[in-house]
Design a protein around this ligand. Structure first.
Ligand SMILES: *[C@@H]1O[C@H](CO)[C@@H](O)[C@H](O)[C@H]1NC(C)=O
Length: 333
């Protein structure tokens, strides 16, 4: 049996002490999207995440899963990783074939979007939890529960049919259980150990203020920019004195290309009421020392800079004119 062979190859699960793994929750998620535009056009891409840190990517154009961290192979040996990757290649091509078959059986119409989210969460000293969910056209479709596939609550009738067909394949059911219950926690345990310093890193945010497009006559849109921080959790608020401004509008926390995060928080105020407003930033990297930018200072700086720039430019022009005049005066001599 294939499964037994894999188990032998991997040996006994590792035991890790709680001091060797980072504090906090770092669920491991593999996300896969499959697009079927027609019976002949398909593509599938995947990524893997430990907490909010991306560890792997797998493009449709590649046979190999790409490592995004130096420790993305966890504590698996090259042959173990090669074997796992080979298994995923088989999974990827069979899944595409199976979905195309189901599209025919269920008389579904293109385009079809399928999403898969699978992984596990490992907590030192407690049992790990694994999950495998499938969605169709953006809605929960089925999931792997215990030892078999189950249709999602409220899923279309097709989910029942698909689950029944999938549950007849005992070999695949065993491999899925083995991947979710044995391999995933082992792999993630190794990732947490190897990536500890990266996962626990603290990068301080930079913050600055600007004004956005005016929301209306006599009104200002104040924008507080916070960027370059890690980890992701952050608290940013417009304040009037010590008073939080509940009208503060927080945008999405977006990724920077270097793995840090950024965020904008805006406040729509009457132009005459900006005097005692400030933006306050709280983040784990700041060690309790919040960043506080007051609009009165922050708002004036750009104006001051513009005035300075205009003065310098004027000075240069005047200087040049004088220099030219002087030169033509001497040339005239
Ligand atoms: C995705 O990969 C498959 C298998 O290599 C290939 O047949 C297909 O054409 C690719 N899709 C796109 C859109 O490149």
């Amino acid at each position: 049996m294939r499964c037994k062979l894999f188990l032998l190859l991997w040996g006994l699960p590792q035991v890790w002490g709680s001091s060797k793994v980072p504090q906090g929750n770092f669920p491991f998620r593999c996300l896969q999207s499959l697009s079927f535009a027609s019976s002949s056009w398909t593509r599938t891409d995947a990524s893997a995440w430990l907490g909010d840190l991306q560890t792997h990517s797998w493009s449709n154009d590649s046979e190999d899963i790409r490592f995004l961290q130096p420790w993305s192979q966890s504590n698996f040996s090259d042959p173990q990783w090669e074997e796992l990757q080979r298994l995923f290649r088989v999974y990827r091509s069979s899944l595409i074939r199976d979905i195309q078959d189901f599209i025919k059986i269920l008389h579904s119409t293109y385009p079809i979007e399928v999403q898969v989210s699978a992984g596990c969460e490992v907590q030192p000293g407690s049992a790990s939890e694994s999950f495998f969910h499938g969605a169709l056209q953006g809605k929960d479709f089925l999931s792997f529960q215990g030892t078999s596939w189950k249709p999602a609550p409220g899923a279309p009738l097709g989910a029942q049919v698909v689950s029944e067909v999938l549950n007849q394949d005992q070999g695949t059911l065993e491999i899925v259980q083995w991947l979710l219950n044995d391999i995933c926690p082992q792999f993630v345990g190794g990732l947490l150990e190897a990536g500890k310093s990266e996962l626990e890193k603290q990068v301080k945010p930079e913050a600055w203020l600007s004004s956005g497009p005016s929301p209306g006559p006599g009104r200002l849109l104040l924008v507080c920019h916070v960027s370059g921080f890690y980890p992701k959790p952050v608290w940013v608020m417009w304040m009037r004195g010590e008073q939080e401004q509940p009208d503060s509008q927080q945008g999405d926390i977006l990724p920077n290309s270097d793995g840090t995060w950024r965020l904008r928080v805006t406040l729509d105020v009457a132009a005459g009421e900006v005097a005692d407003l400030s933006c306050r930033v709280r983040h784990s990297s700041l060690g309790g020392q919040d960043i506080i930018l007051s609009w009165a200072d922050g708002g004036r700086t750009p104006v001051g800079l513009i005035v300075l720039a205009v003065l310098v430019t004027l000075g240069l022009i005047v200087g040049l004119i004088l220099w030219f005049k002087k030169r033509s005066f001497y040339q005239g001599l």
